[in-house]
Design a protein around this ligand. Sequence first.
Ligand SMILES: [Zn+2]
Length: 379
Amino acid sequence: MSSKVKFTNPNKSAFYATTRQRVENYFKENAISKYANKAMWGKAIIYLTAFVGLYVLIISNIFTVEVMFGLALLLGVCSAFIGFNICHDAIHGSFSANQKVNKFFSFIFNLVGASPYMWSITHNVVHHTYTNIPGHDEDIEVAPGLVRISEEEKVNKIQRYQHFYAFGLYSLASLSWVLRKDYIKFFQKKIGEHPTLNHPKREYFNLFFYKALYYFLFIILPLLVLDITWWQFIIGFVCMHLAEGLVLGLVFQLAHVVEGTDFPTPNEEGNMEEAWADHQMRTTANFATNSKLASFLLGGLNRQIEHHLFPKVCHIHYPVISKIVKQTAQEFNLPYIESPTFFAALKSHYRMLRKFGKEAYEQQTQLMPAIGKLSHTGR
Ligand SMILES: [Zn+2]
């Protein structure tokens, strides 16, 4: 595969046209904006206050090491929620009709150590277009050689145990993001098969300047101000990121790698034969949609079906839209993949890891002697 994939279904998606019409009608008839409402603003204020509050409490140096450690873990988890609830919407342009507001909330992504510019390419463009397509969607290449989530890739010995260790690797997601991933992707020639060179000059500055700002706020300043040893700091910093990484990794995986989701490959011409929206329905899943807590914490990432179809609609509206999407999917005989709870989705993801690891390896080793015999007989 060497070129960009196109979705070439000539009929487009009647499903998408109908769903979109119905969703637009919902907003029109009820005179509701598709952007943030009061509840969404309330959420944003709560998360930002918690984030700043936790940081100030730690940096104030008034607590014992043990309490600071607990606060650091909370700050890590809170950073993930800021990403889910505020920055994700803002970078999609769905927080506000005013682009300045979106820009302001996108900027906050820098303060949790991530580059909003790189995210706008890796997530908004690549992941949202080429969802779950092996070799194109880098979100399913979690730890190449260690975690296998694709039939395309040969399974190796160590991946027999991936259903155990994958969760540990997910925890590294945030550390990798802050220290490594953005730089690598920025200088990569392409992400998946999407060419990514020719970044605007100011983005070179932004990448290094805001990473440096993050390192100052979260490494240098704490080391200068806090009455802790360097190794206590490292434990706190690493554990803060492990907590954040586990939340990020799990929420990303449960949206696309659970039983029922597909990993379609392009045809010989390098095209997808299905319409894009139909593809999204086969590759994306919801979970815990009846849980108000999940919706509050995960910023609509537990309703990824609606998000993938309507990334320009603020996540606060997804509960209502989901009724329309589900009904329309049924009418068009398309799957609507959902797990009732977070733990049901987690179990389903665990079984997928086993399927792509242990079970695939056993199948491969059973096939090997048969292939060997065939080649001995000269066939
Ligand atoms: Zn998104």
